[in-house]
Design a protein around this ligand. Structure first.
Ligand SMILES: [Zn+2]
Length: 68
């Protein structure tokens, strides 16, 4: 008798160093990933300038399978 595996296990997210732009305003938590940053790199919340920094973030899944 076989025991079916329960569902599909969620793979653990891969944490990677990610370049982001973070809002320079102390009172604002706005930030965005570099690849999604607007051309003028202004904060989407308060329009302040943003500065580049590196954060450890879960890797985002790509839309396609590069190995297929
Ligand atoms: Zn801001």
């Amino acid at each position: 008798m076989y025991f079916a595996k329960k569902g599909i296990e969620e793979p653990a997210p891969i944490i990677e160093n990610t370049v982001v732009y973070a809002c320079e305003a102390d009172s604002c938590n706005g930030w965005m990933r570099e690849e999604f940053a607007t051309v003028d790199r202004s904060c989407p919340l308060c329009n302040s300038g943003m500065k580049q920094e590196v954060r450890e973030l879960p890797q985002i899944k790509v839309e396609y399978n590069a190995y297929s």
